[in-house]
Design a binder for this molecule. Structure first.
Ligand code: FAD
Ligand code: 2HG
Ligand code: ZN
Length: 467
């Protein structure tokens, strides 16, 4: 009897798609958090939509399940196999196919890396306004499938707001092409939205048409220091008034900056003393002295209010990058420091100070965890990381997870927040979905899955347990 691999290779018939050497497959079976690992008989690496469709048809015929994978930077365990599924990598669909200057749209393959798109558009005087720390690895298909957010949601929204058209390979191998470039197109159900945020369980995204924008004339970037977190709601009200064209508003708290310094001892910190919280503000302005002066004047107003007590203002791009390095560095430092229980939640801004204090208390009470708080303050999106302290075994660390998650998500639900602001549900949060979605909503989601993938071959078990 031929092995699955032999049958799949025979089915696909072309060389170069199937990767089966264990050493090479291993790179696709473990995720960025190091918490999710699995085994796959092989990885399929098609070159184009037609080959993706072939892979899906062949897998369906052989009763194999597929895990679509982009840059494998997802944080909820949905991009790696759990039960011997085949990995379907979209990395080779990496062409930036067309830039249409008149509509400022760009058509790309699902495997285009975010940073490559940024660079391509910069050379055309444009930007793609979604940006995040994983920019060097995450791919457009994966970002659409997770409806990624990042550091500019405040002004431009998530991936969903940028997607005008999609091409998707369905579970039966049919290609559904809606490569729409139009802003206005009310012709029945807008099917692309079904796939945005569907975490690979409804179809394989192969191409997208995205809205680009003209590059801003100037960016004003500053880091503000706060001597208390208790007045965050007032600070937010003031900021909205003074900095009306904010494109980013990010927060890093004292302990997360301390960890960054511990992991990168050579890094220079912007202030010579630690503050309870630091906030990055970035505003898009017109060019010239006058615009700069206006920004500085408004920043002075913020300092005069006492709601921020110190500030570093970037003089030029290199210094702005230095400020952003601190923000990106926190996420990287956490991953380098060890295992962490990650909670990516939204809470109403008014509840923020109390929520932050509660998270620290929950971490403390769980014992032997270090709680780090940071995130997209402007969106009410806090990343709560409860990290393994040295000496706590991996086993004991994992054992704390379920009770901690019930406690954190229960509290988020009481505050009418969301248990997943931007990372999705995946495997990591599916047991807690009911905290943010009603039974009726989950039933409709199940119905969609049943309709589009009746045999359950696409990313089984993400968002909710397979039937
Ligand atoms: P993968 O990790 O490969 O996959 C993610 C999901 O999408 C999986 O369910 C997978 O099956 C599915 N998928 C992948 N490609 C396709 C496809 N073509 N068709 C159908 N399904 C597909 N997220 C944020 O929202 N905001 C942030 O600020 C942010 N910052 C991050 C910073 C770092 C350092 C890291 C490591 C991650 C960060 N993330 C952030 C998490 C993450 O969701 C994003 O990096 C990104 O959206 C994932 O893209 P990817 O190509 O790596 O997808
Ligand atoms: C970020 O904003 C990412 O840096 C990752 O969404 C957050 O690691 C995290 O908790
Ligand atoms: Zn984030």
């Amino acid at each position: 009897m031929a092995s699955v691999l032999e049958r799949l290779t025979a089915e696909l018939g072309r060389s170069g798609i199937v990767l089966s050497e264990p050493g090479e497959v291993a790179a696709y079976t473990s995720d960025w958090t190091k918490k999710f690992n699995g085994e796959a008989p092989c990885v399929l690496r098609p070159h184009d939509t037609e080959e993706v469709a072939m892979c899906v048809r062949a897998s369906a015929k052989l009763g194999l399940k597929l895990v679509p994978q982009g840059g494998n930077t997802g944080l909820v365990g949905a991009s790696v196999p759990r039960g011997g599924e085949v990995v379907l990598s979209l990395s080779r669909l990496n062409k930036i196919e067309e830039f249409d200057a008149a509509s400022a749209t760009v058509q790309v393959g699902a495997g285009v890396v975010l940073e490559a798109l940024h660079e391509d558009l910069a050379a055309r005087g444009h930007v793609f306004p979604v940006d995040l720390g994983a920019r060097g690895s995450c791919q457009i298909g994966g970002m659409i499938a997770t409806n990624a957010g990042g550091i500019k949601v405040l002004r431009y929204g998530h991936m969903r707001e940028q997607v005008l058209g999609l091409e998707v390979v369905l579970a039966d191998g049919a290609v559904m092409s809606s490569l729409n470039k139009l802003k206005k197109n009310n012709t029945g159900l807008d099917l692309k939205h079904l796939f945005v945020g569907s975490e690979g369980m409804l179809g394989i995204i192969t191409r997208a048409v995205l809205q680009a924008r003209p590059a801003p004339q100037a960016l004003q970037t500053a880091l503000l220091a706060l001597d208390t977190r208790d007045r965050l709601p007032d600070f937010l009200i003031l900021l909205r008034d003074k900095l009306r064209d904010l494109s980013s508003l990010e927060m890093i708290t004292r302990d997360s900056i301390a960890l960054y310094k511990e992991v990168e001892p050579e890094a220079r910190l912007p202030f010579d003393r630690p503050y309870p919280a630091c906030v990055i503000v970035e505003e898009e302005t017109g060019a010239g002295e006058h615009e700069r002066d206006s920004f500085l004047e408004r920043l002075s107003g913020i300092l005069e209010s006492g709601l921020a007590v110190d500030a570093v203002v970037a003089e030029g791009e290199a210094q702005a990058q230095g400020i952003w390095r601190l923000r990106d560095g926190v996420t990287e430092a956490i991953s380098r420091a060890g295992l962490t229980h990650k909670f990516d939640v939204t809470v109403p801004p008014a509840a923020m100070p109390g929520f932050l204090a509660e998270m620290e208390r929950f971490g403390e009470e769980a014992g032997e965890l270090c709680t780090l708080l940071f995130g997209h303050l402007g969106d009410g999106n806090i990343h709560v990381n409860m990290m393994q302290k040295p000496g706590l075994s991996d086993e004991a660390f994992y054992a704390k997870g379920p009770a901690l998650a019930e406690r954190v998500y229960g509290h988020v639900a009481e505050l009418n927040g969301s248990i997943s602001a931007e990372h999705g549900i995946g495997i990591a949060k599916r047991a807690y979905l009911h905290h943010s979605r009603s039974a009726e909503e989950i039933e409709v989601m199940r119905g969609m899955k049943q309709l589009l993938d009746p045999d359950g071959i696409l990313n089984p078990g993400v968002i909710f347990e397979s039937n």
